[in-house]
Design a protein. Structure first.
Length: 413
């Protein structure tokens, strides 16, 4: 078993506000020892030169198959093309220091198996939820309102399905859809809890799904040892998700103080996604996003950053997500500097490491520097606690990127 020792490092463990000097020994795919000094006999030694050694980053909201902003057309795109897009996105994410990704809709067992068998080479570990579950006319229904082929297409699980979404109406249909995605290996279940930006027919500020339907999804996921994540913009949708036991509330852009207090009390996580919001405000119209979607964006744009402050004040545990589509995935690292407008660096670093791991149910395995944890590591040329922008440059300030004990990048270290 290959052993590697990183010496002369300043360690960020995923939690502490204070860096400590130390060393880390890696054996195979796991961290074997962490301390002021560790035995290096028989190991390759890498002198970090006082740089910061920390856990690999976790992006808790991506869409690896989302090769275009036009999700209606994308839902009919050949999976072979989407798989090539996903492979490129996975490799580019690793270039940026993201060693773990949580897919929030679309990724499937085929891609997961290809990663496991090494067909894509070294890429981030992927937690996927399969197809999103949406009501008819909800955020996962990308058919335009004047679509000529509006008839439901029967399948074994729900009313209508494509690569990205299952349309399921009624508690029994939702249960069936959840069970179907779990059968296909989903690690979690994504449910559309409110209107969204890129879907053409649903009001952004309105809740989606009845109480019974949301409860059915949570019950089925929990029975299988999984959990539900919900897409939510308005405060009412966020509160309903927390009330019914949803584990991870995505976006949460229109959250208010009382709702944030309730989410914190219930112990739910949120995963804000600033990168996609500001990227779409900047480039959406140019890339073909329709006026109705641009109008929705402008209605939430003024609230997004203040929502981060509200959640921090309430003690809500926030993960880090980006939710970028198509060509906008190149902005993945921008999430760090966008959040830094209102949040301290330590909060952002925890979101991208230990809190992300907690959302995934991987505390002690990911997002930390502990014996027995996965050897997903990056070395930063500088101190991100002082300058979070070091993580926002697409990997330019990362001298080492290691995933599962294998080097993806090593330079000047």
């Amino acid at each position: 078993m290959n052993k590697i020792v990183f010496t002369n490092a300043r360690l960020f463990d995923g939690e502490s506000e204070t860096l400590r000097s130390g060393a880390v020994r890696v054996a195979g795919a796991v961290i074997e020892a962490v301390g002021e000094s560790v035995a290096a006999e028989g190991a390759e030694v890498i002198d970090c030169g006082g740089r910061v050694l920390m856990p690999g980053l976790i992006d808790a909201h991506v869409h690896v198959y989302a090769a275009s902003l036009n999700l209606g057309r994308l839902a009919q795109t050949l999976l072979s093309y989407l798989a090539h897009f996903a492979a490129r996105f996975l490799k580019q994410s690793l270039d940026r220091g993201f060693t773990t990704l949580r897919d929030a809709g679309g990724a499937d067992v085929g891609l997961a198996t290809a990663i496991k068998e090494g067909l894509l080479g070294l890429v981030p570990r992927l937690f996927y939820g399969g197809r999103v579950i949406s009501q008819t006319g909800g955020h996962g229904d990308f058919r335009p309102g004047d679509h000529a082929l509006d008839d439901h297409v029967p399948c074994g699980c729900a009313a209508h399905a494509d690569v990205f979404a299952i349309l399921a109406d009624g508690a029994d249909s939702v249960r069936r859809a959840v069970r179907t995605e779990l059968r296909r290996g989903a690690h979690h279940i994504k449910v559309m809890g409110s209107g969204g930006v890129v879907s053409p027919t649903d009001p952004l500020e309105r809740c989606q799904y009845s109480d019974a339907e949301l409860i059915a999804a949570v019950e089925e996921a929990e029975r299988a040892g999984a959990y539900v994540m919900t897409h939510c913009h308005p405060a009412e949708a966020i509160r309903r998700s927390a009330e019914f036991g949803v584990r991870s509330i995505e976006h949460a852009t229109l959250i208010d103080g009382p709702t944030a207090d309730y989410v914190a009390q219930r112990g739910a996580f949120t995963v804000p996604t600033m990168a996609t919001l500001f990227a779409l405000l900047d480039q959406g119209a140019q890339l073909g996003l329709p006026p109705v979607s641009m109008d929705k964006l402008r209605r939430i744009g003024d609230h997004a950053l203040s929502g981060l402050e509200i959640m921090r004040a309430a003690g809500v545990r926030m993960g880090l997500g980006t939710d970028l589509l198509g060509a906008l995935t190149e902005r993945q690292s921008s999430e760090f500097t966008l959040r830094a407008q209102v949040l301290p660096a330590i909060d952002i670093l925890r979101a991208a490491t230990s809190t992300g791991a907690a959302i995934l149910g991987q505390t002690g395995t990911l997002g930390c520097l502990r014996p027995g944890a996965a050897a997903d590591l990056i070395v930063v040329d500088g101190n991100p606690l002082d300058d979070i922008a070091l993580l926002a440059s697409g990997g330019a300030h990362l001298t080492v990127i290691m995933a599962a004990g294998q080097f993806h990048k090593r330079a000047n270290a």
